[in-house]
Design a protein around this ligand. Structure first.
Ligand code: PLP
Length: 391
């Protein structure tokens, strides 16, 4: 059986047909978008059309969107002590939720001792009380915070209380950056409704090409006078380098398609994900679904069956034609304990068994059935073995 079932959409989404067409079409546009001649203007049109489409997905002004090489670069750009709001006051401390993606946890251009984690609940939701206390302490010290909170977690799919956090951050005079790489295109993600000052997006998570993303600001009063990449003044001086026109065009098409399908796909994927979890827990009642009581993305399930190691399960499923991942898959091949599950207080043996199944626009019921059949075979063997060893 050659056919594969791809259930690792949080690692990357297969290219949408519309994104593919836009990318391939743009490859034949000869001009540099900074050139004034007709060829240059044609390339510029593709970039600006994509800017409109991506900005529309998050309710932003197109002029407030800067294209980057991906989510990682957008995060590193946003997390800068040089960030300024209208009042010009500097940000001195970076508060990050303990479950952020490594590209946020690394702290951008803040020194390591200026990066402070904020805890989460056992369900993987930001502890708003802790955030309020940490912000209060900074206010008393007269220091301004930049807070980075993800829209939805890449491992658990748990949606974070971004608007509530924004209210706390702004009441304390701080700024809020939201890594919306996993949420945008899957659930509503309006920069104003979320209350974010800055928002990170990545093309490949919503069905665009890999290697393109964006940093969006809520208003032009927010500026980063020291760009991460300096040079030719592209992107209004906010990010130098000739734009990746083909990838940007594909990103724009993917954003438009994702926005168009958002509500319908959300319902469809929730039903498929719930069917998967119902079957898993019915057949193996010891199964633990992480973050199950919290609001989650429609497409994500992270679970563990005690005694079944995630690496073994992922390899076994791969051999059976099913692609899933063990927790975070950003750097595949790395078998490290998940910092997300550690922050949620999950027991080590359970965390080591965490398997992430994530769905997307082309996932069908047959894919879920195929996964379940493969899991049944695998889990029965591994679970039996683990009990044999333990006995
Ligand atoms: N932020 C989150 C939440 C992610 O899941 C990822 C990728 O896995 C990134 C940022 C990095 O995005 P990119 O792969 O575009 O650099």
């Amino acid at each position: 059986m050659d056919e594969r079932t791809y259930l690792d959409w949080n690692a990357t989404a297969p290219l949408r047909p519309a994104a593919r067409a836009a990318t391939v079409g743009a490859l034949d546009t000869a001009g540099n978008p900074s050139s004034v001649h007709a060829e240059g203007r044609a390339a510029r049109r593709l970039v600006e059309e994509a800017r409109l489409r991506v900005a529309a997905l998050v309710g932003a002004e197109p002029t407030n969107l800067v294209f980057t090489s991906g989510g990682t670069e957008a995060n590193a750009t946003a997390l800068s002590p040089s960030l300024r709001a209208a009042d010009g006051r500097p940000v001195e401390v970076l508060l990050v939720s303990a479950i952020e993606h490594p590209s946020v946890l690394a702290g951008g251009r803040f020194s390591a001792d200026a990066v402070v984690p904020v805890p989460v609940s056992p369900d993987g939701v930001l502890d708003l009380g802790a955030l309020e206390r940490q912000l209060g302490a900074l206010v008393r010290e007269g220091r301004r915070a930049l807070v980075s909170l993800m829209h939805a977690n890449n491992e658990t799919g748990v949606v974070q209380p971004v608007a509530a956090a924004a209210a706390l951050v702004h009441a304390a005079g701080g700024l809020l950056h939201v890594d919306a790489v996993q949420g945008a295109g899957r659930i509503a993600c309006d920069i104003k409704v979320l209350g974010a000052d800055l928002l990170t997006l990545s093309g490949h998570k919503l069905g665009g090409p890999k290697g393109v993303g964006a940093l969006v600001r809520r208003s032009d009063a927010i500026a980063w006078p020291q760009p991460l990449i300096k040079g030719g003044g592209q992107e209004r001086g906010a990010r130098a380098g000739t734009e990746n026109v083909a990838a940007i065009a594909g990103f724009g098409a993917a954003a438009a398609a994702a926005a168009h399908d958002l509500a319908v796909e959300g319902q469809r994927l929730t039903a498929l994900r719930d069917r998967l979890e119902a079957a898993l827990t019915a057949e193996f009642p010891q199964t633990v679904v992480f973050g199950r009581e919290a609001e989650r993305l429609p497409n994500t399930s992270l679970f563990a069956l005690p005694g079944v190691k995630a690496e073994t399960a992922v390899i076994g499923l791969d051999l059976a034609g099913v692609a899933v991942s063990s927790g975070a898959a950003c750097s595949s091949g790395k078998v490290a304990a998940s910092h997300v599950l550690a922050a949620m207080g999950a027991a080590g043996n359970l965390a080591r068994g965490a398997v992430r199944v994530s769905l997307g626009y082309s996932t069908q019921e047959a894919d879920i059935e195929r996964f379940l059949a493969a899991w049944r075979t695998l889990a029965q063997t591994l679970f039996k073995d683990s009990r044999g060893i333990a006995a």
